[in-house]
Design a protein around this ligand. Structure first.
Ligand SMILES: *Cc1c(COP(=O)(O)O)cnc(C)c1O
Length: 474
């Protein structure tokens, strides 16, 4: 497909004014002499160009999107409608509290709901993404120990953790210590015990972990950590595994972040604007970013006087539009939030049982919202790697699952159908996975050279990530 610059044919899309009129209020030395180098096309050609581009994009409205850990569930359109209401969309963030009681009430009630969902005592809505929530949480933990006069420099992270966990802790200046997983895919308690000492500030975990497995020993872990004077951080990005059934507070955690753009059905923000609210237990609430939204029984207001606040992590109160969408989703779901988790878990287990007959399942236990297959056997048998399977899926109008993560599973395929999908869609996915499996055995070259139908075939992934060339050069 050509770029819009290549398509440019010097036809004016629109005529602005009489060309003989030269604006005389701009000093001549600032006026451009030559062409400005922008493409020129008729309005219809511009529309066609962007429609064609958007058709190349894959999205959940187009097909199955089982991208593990990313929770690509359906984002109901009514949420968009509500977020675009004039009173929300056109409100200025510096508006006086008295003039925006409705917006403040919405944020306050969202905070209260998220307190219930997580079991935590206070919430900040400010962070713009999951990883940003982690950073906020780790800043809170760091400042908490500083205020106590303790110098704890290390954070424990399981070897199965999401990559953002160690990155966030490291950004706060912590040293990362890895704790091993045992043969059940859970934190190895004996290994954990050997790592504990007065230098350990916290452990960052998620439960279920990134293998989709529930940590059976989570209560023992929280006891060990607290006895060591350390805190526990819960990565709640994929909260649809447990929502309404249990919560991080009951498991003994002190800090948690949620991804509204995963669990609470708001669009993914590509690093923001999403929303990664953070919840904390009572003893940490004076450390949260400001402002938090408060209510004195009569009026909602922005509260700035938190004794130990870490300051701002974002302008104003975060991604307000996203907060509206998430709150709309929560109100719409009501008690069914619990059922959403049940269906997410049911769907994942259904797919796991169907697919394990073909692709190996290293940890063959009941999973939560996702599970991890390994393409290692297939690779040994016929030279077809997980990457090849992923590319072949693109020819089948299916988004590939997350691959090569978590790192502790070789040739990993991390599959998360979410609760949005029907049995029919999941069966179609199973059929496609079996088709690729059979093709790999019969005609491996075909799978190894996939994709065959996409506009761009294989790119150099390292170059694309490290040296993206985003400019059009004539
Ligand atoms: C998605 C995810 C994150 C990061 O969230 P972003 O909004 O992408 O920054 C962190 N942890 C887990 C387990 C995730 O799935």
């Amino acid at each position: 497909m050509k770029t819009i610059f290549e398509k440019s044919n010097n036809i004016d899309g629109i005529t602005l004014t009489d060309e003989s009129v030269v604006p005389n209020f701009i000093d001549e030395k600032f006026l451009r002499n030559g062409k400005c180098g922008l493409p020129q096309l008729s309005e219809l050609e511009v529309l066609r160009h962007y429609k064609e581009l958007s058709d190349l994009n894959f999205c959940i409205e187009k097909g199955f999107y089982p991208l593990g850990s990313c929770t690509m569930k359906y984002n109901p359109k009514v949420n968009e409608l509500l977020a675009s209401l004039d009173g929300f969309a056109n409100l200025h963030p510096s508006q006086d509290d008295n003039d925006c009681q409705g917006a403040l009430e919405l944020m306050y009630k969202l905070q209260e709901t998220l307190k219930k969902v997580t079991g935590m005592d206070a919430i900040t809505l400010q962070p713009a993404a999951g990883a940003h929530g982690e950073l906020t949480g780790m800043m809170v933990i760091k400042k908490y120990f500083e205020a106590k006069g303790e110098s704890r420099k290390k954070v424990i992270v399981p070897d199965s953790a999401h990559g953002t966990n160690p990155a966030s802790a490291a950004l706060c200046g912590f040293e990362i210590i890895s704790v091993k997983s045992n043969e059940k895919g859970q934190v190895d308690i004996e290994d954990l015990k050997t790592l504990l000492n007065s230098d350990i500030a916290a452990i960052m975990m998620t439960n279920p972990n990134t293998l989709g497995i529930y940590e059976e020993n989570v209560l023992e872990i929280s006891k060990l950590m607290h006895e060591n004077g350390s805190l526990l951080y819960y990565d709640g990005a994929n909260f649809n595994a447990i929502m309404g059934h249990t919560n991080p507070k009951l498991m003994g955690f002190d800090v948690v972040h949620l991804n509204l753009h995963k669990t609470f059905a708001t669009p993914h923000g590509g690093g923001g604007p999403g929303a990664g609210p953070v919840g904390v237990v009572d003893k940490l609430k004076e450390f949260l970013p400001i402002p938090v939204i408060a209510y004195d029984g009569e009026k909602y207001f922005r509260k700035y006087d938190l004794a130990h606040t870490i300051g701002n992590v974002r302008d104003f109160f975060g991604s307000f539009g996203v907060l509206v969408k998430a709150y709309a989703y929560i109100l719409m779901m009501g008690k069914n939030l619990k059922e959403a988790s049940e269906n997410a878990v049911l769907n994942a287990n259904y797919l796991k049982e169907k697919l394990k007959k073909y692709y190996s399942l290293p940890y063959d236990v009941k999973c939560m919202h996702e599970f991890v297959l390994s393409g290692e056997d297939l690779k040994h048998e016929c030279g077809v790697s997980t990457l090849n399977v992923a590319k072949a899926l693109m020819d089948e109008n299916t988004h590939p699952p997350t691959v090569y993560f978590p790192l502790i599973v070789h040739e990993a395929m991390m599959i998360e159908p979410t609760e949005s999908e029907t049995k029919e869609r999941m069966d179609e996915f199973v059929d496609v996975m079996i088709k690729i499996y059979n093709e790999a055995k019969a005609n491996p070259e075909k799978v190894i050279s996939a994709p065959h139908t996409t506009p761009v075939k294989r790119i150099d992934e390292t170059q694309a990530a490290r040296h993206p060339d985003l400019n059009f050069k004539d």
